[in-house]
Design a protein around this ligand. Structure first.
Ligand code: AMP
Length: 357
C-alpha cells in the first residue's frame, strides 16, 4: 500500500507536530477534531470538524485516508475498531484499550514481565479502606479512566491521612489504589515499532513534574547503563506483545537501587519526547509518521545533551528571553489564549555534544 494521506484523530499540539513532520515527507494530513481552527488543523491539509466518535465523520476520514493514527489515548476504542474495518489504524486499537484503563494497563504490563506498583481495584469506600490498610495506610488513589496530568488522584502519605469520603470525592467511579512508590526520580522512554517489526528506542529522559504537569525533560537522565537497558527492554517487550506500530511513551519511577517501576504508557507521541526534535536527527514525530506510513524507522541516536522545558500558561511571557538564547529551539502551538495549566509551547536548550546515555 502506498500511503499519501494520513488521518490524525485529535487536533492538539501533538497532532500539529505530527502533521508538520508528515508534510516534510510529502504526506497529506487530515485532522478529525470537534474544535475548529485547532492547533493541528492550522498546519494540516484539511479538518473534519466533528466528534471523535461521529460515525459519518469516521466514514469520511476512512474514505479520504490511507492510514489513520491518533494523538491522544482517549480516542473511543469503538471508533478505532470501526475505522479498522476499512483502513489501517496505527497504533492498534488494542493499545488504546490497554492504555485507557489503569487497571487493564497494570495487568497487561505485569503479564509482559514489566514491574509496576502493587495495586488494588477499588469500587466502593469499603474496598478503598481494605486496600489502604493492605498498603499500611499509604497509597495513590486514581480514577481508572480519563485521568491525565495528575487529575483525578488522591495521595495518602501516612495512616494519619483519612480516606473518609474519598471514593465519593473522586466521583464514585471505578478507581485503582496503587502502593506508594518511594522513587528517586522519574524517567520515560520513547520507542517506536515499524510495520516490519523493527524497533527503535530513544535515550531515557529524566522528567520533573510541577503540579502534576511535565515541567522539564533532561538528557542524559541520571540512570546507570543497566537501568537504561531495562527501560529499553521493557519497551521492546511491550511493543512486541501489542503488535504495535508507531511511537509509544513509557513512564517509569526509578528506585534508589536503579530498579524501574513502570507507571503508565501513552500509545502516541509524548510530551517527554519533544526534546528529540532538537537533539536527534529524526524526531519522535517523524519516527511516528515513518512507522504508520510503512517507511523504515529512522536512527533514534541523540547527538546532544539537552533540556526541554514546557511553556505552561504565563510561562509564555518569557518567550523573548528564550528567543534570544543561543542553541534553543522554540516550538509554539498556535494557541491564542493562555490559561493556567495550558500547554502553550516548549523550548529545548541544547547543552553541547552528547555526554552519556
Ligand atoms: P500519573 O498521572 O500516574 O502519571 O501520576 C502523576 C504523578 O504522581 C507521577 O508523575 C508521580 O510523580 C506521582 N505518582 C503517581 N503514582 C504514584 C505512586 N504509585 N507512588 C508515588 N507517586 C506516584
Amino acid at each position: 500500500m502506498t500511503v499519501r494521506t494520513i488521518g490524525i484523530i485529535g487536533g492538539g499540539q501533538l497532532g500539529r507536530m505530527l502533521a508538520m513532520a508528515a508534510a516534510r515527507l510529502n504526506f497529506r494530513t487530515i485532522i478529525l477534531e470537534p474544535q475548529a481552527d485547532c492547533p493541528a488543523a492550522q498546519v494540516a491539509n484539511a479538518q473534519i470538524t466533528a466528534a471523535y466518535d461521529d460515525p459519518a465523520a469516521l466514514a469520511e476520514l476512512a474514505s479520504l485516508c490511507d492510514v489513520v493514527t491518533y494523538e491522544f489515548e482517549n480516542v473511543p476504542v469503538t471508533a478505532a475498531e470501526a475505522l479498522e474495518k476499512s483502513v489501517p489504524v496505527y497504533p492498534p486499537a488494542k493499545a488504546l484499550e490497554v492504555a485507557q484503563d489503569r487497571l487493564t494497563e497494570k495487568r497487561y504490563l505485569n503479564a509482559c514481565g514489566i514491574e509496576t506498583a502493587k495495586f488494588h481495584s477499588v469500587d466502593s469506600q469499603e474496598e478503598l479502606e481494605k486496600a489502604l490498610s493492605d498498603f499500611g495506610g499509604k497509597g495513590v488513589l486514581k480514577t481508572r479512566r480519563m485521568g491525565y496530568d495528575g487529575k483525578g488522584q488522591r495521595v495518602f502519605k501516612s495512616e494519619a491521612d483519612s480516606p473518609a469520603g474519598a471514593y465519593e470525592a473522586l466521583g464514585a467511579v471505578p478507581l485503582i489504589l496503587e502502593s506508594f512508590v518511594p522513587f528517586e526520580r522519574e524517567v520515560s522512554i520513547i520507542a517506536a515499532r515499524g510495520t516490519d517489526g523493527a524497533i527503535a528506542c530513544y535515550d531515557p529522559a529524566e522528567n520533573v513534574h510541577l503540579n502534576g504537569i511535565l515541567h522539564t525533560s533532561t538528557l542524559p537522565a541520571r540512570v546507570s547503563d543497566a537501568t537504561a537497558v531495562t527501560a529499553r527492554d521493557s519497551a521492546e517487550k511491550l511493543l512486541a506483545a501489542l503488535g504495535y506500530v508507531g511511537v509509544i511513551g513509557m513512564e517509569f519511577f526509578v528506585m534508589a537501587d536503579g530498579t524501574l517501576i513502570a507507571n503508565e504508557i501513552a500509545p502516541r507521541v509524548h510530551n517527554s519526547g519533544h526534546w528529540t526534535e532538537a537533539a536527534c536527527v529524526i524526531s519522535q514525530f517523524e519516527q511516528h509518521i515513518r512507522a504508520v506510513a510503512g517507511l523504515p524507522l529512522g536512527n533514534p541516536d541523540r547527538h546532544s545533551d539537552c533540556v526541554m522545558t514546557n511553556l505552561i500558561g504565563d510561562d509564555i511571557l518569557a518567550l523573548p528571553q528564550w528567543l534570544s538564547t543561543k542553541d534553543v529551539l522554540v516550538h509554539l502551538y498556535g494557541k491564542t489564549e493562555s490559561r493556567p495549566g495550558r500547554k502553550m509551547g516548549h523550548v529545548t536548550a541544547l547543552n553541547g555534544r552528547k555526554t552519556a546515555s
